[in-house]
Each structure stands twice: as structure tokens, then as C-alpha cells.
Design a protein around this ligand. Sequence first.
Ligand code: BGC
Length: 280
Amino acid sequence: MSNTIVETVEGQTEVFKPNPEDLAIGIDIGGTGMKGGVVDIRTGNLVSERFRIPTPSPATPEACAEVVVQIVEELQSRELAPAPDSSIGIDFPAVVKNGITLSAANVDESWVGADLEGIMSAALGGRRVHALNDADAAGLAEAHYGVGRDHGGLIAVITLGTGIGSALINEGNLIPNTELGHLEIDGHDAESRASARAREREDLSWKKYGKRLQRYFTHVEMLFSPDLFVIGGGISKNPQKFLPYFEDDVRTPIVMATLRNNAGIVGAALWAAGWDHTND
Ligand code: BGC
């Protein structure tokens, strides 16, 4: 996996070894694991194996910063590594505005108002950090490299997991922090009824869960009229279980995410590289 395979115009494959400036580190902070990888930003591929450490408990900003340092040290020491002064991208499962985490729906309360970028950057000896919401990272990755790559218009990426995450990408541009998992539908916070965890918690049949997704997706469609829905999260591995129960009721085409577990890492790396390459 150490080289990037690129399809040439003639349809043949060639191997191009990436230069350090083609690479960026992305880190995905989740409820159970913190995962990092070195991403070739030309293709969205990881150039080596990702590195995962369980999320500390309690997952305070300081405890997470220690783990981030370990992940960066490991990835930076690899044969294919980005320039040591390049920005690090980090995604986090909450609203992230100007580097500050403003909510904590499924994470430690101490994150509300925490300076994620500042804390991580200080722990990393001043290296620049650019942070964004987890679903925004996954959505960016899908829109740029994954299933939305050749799709214009408005793409709505909805991740179904512990919560419901959302990303809106219009003509390749992210509209951050949309938090559509917290739409109030029929008097309920949407994610409390339609996340993958809600299905498990209430032991719902796929049919019943499909009905909830129908209510959710038709509502989001009515509000935003996207051109494409992308469903992410572990559940997207088995669309046949739930999609047949609501696909026909939604006008917008629905596809499953393709980058799976790495979408957050890839999107965070792309986000960070975007800042570094702004003046290229
Ligand atoms: C949070 C979002 C997050 C989503 C998925 C929601 O509970 O409010 O910020 O993107 O979960 O992790």
C-alpha cells in the first residue's frame, strides 16, 4: 500500500510515489477509537496502514490530546510521511466552529467550549491543526474522492451511527455544522429515533427502522431538495436490510458511502491540506 496507483489516460496503471507535499495526516476522534492515517491528497488513498488507539475514558480534551500526540508521532515516523510542518486535520463528533467545539451530544461534556485546535496544537509543539465536525469530514471525503466524486449539485451525506451526522456539500463546497441529526421531527430529536443506536436500543425490526428512516429522509428532502443522498456509518454496509422500506418514497437518489471507516481520516486530511495549499 506504500505507493499510489493512478489510472492513466490510456487506462493503464502507473505507480507514482507521493512526495511529502502530496501527503497529509488526518485523525478521526470517535467515541470508542481515535484513528489516524497518512493520506495522499491527490487520490484520497491512505498510503500506509491506519493507526488506532482506544479513546481514553473519560475522554477529556487533555486526555485526547495525549493520544493525538502518540498518533502523530507514529505516523510522522513512517517512510511515507508528510512534511513535518504540515497541518494536521482532526475531526470531532460535535459542532466545531473556528477550532472551538461548541456541543457535546455524545461526547464528554468538558468539550463544550474547548479550544480543540489550540489544545492539540500546543500538545504538538505548535504544529498547526485544523479541525472540523466528523460528518463534515466524512462528507467532504465522499464528495471529493468517493461516491459523490463525479456528482455536481447539492450532496447531503447522512451518517447513521451513535448519533446522526450530516454534511451538505454544494458544488464541492462544504456548508459546515449543519447538525441535521438534531432536527425536531414529530416532537423528537431525530437522532434519538433514527440513529443506528436507536434501532439497537429499541430492538426495532428493520422494517420498523426503515419507516423511521423514511420519515427522516423525506423531511430532510422537503427542507433541502438535495441532488444526492449518501448514507454513511457502519450500517451502510448492508443497505438491503433497510433501504427497500423507504427508497421508493424518496425522490432523491440514495447511495451508500464507499470510503467506509476511513472517510473521517481522509476528509480531515483534505481539510488540513486545503489550508496549507490555499496560496499554491
Ligand atoms: C452530533 C454531531 C455529529 C453526529 C455524528 C451528533 O450527535 O451532534 O455533531 O456529527 O452526532 O457523530
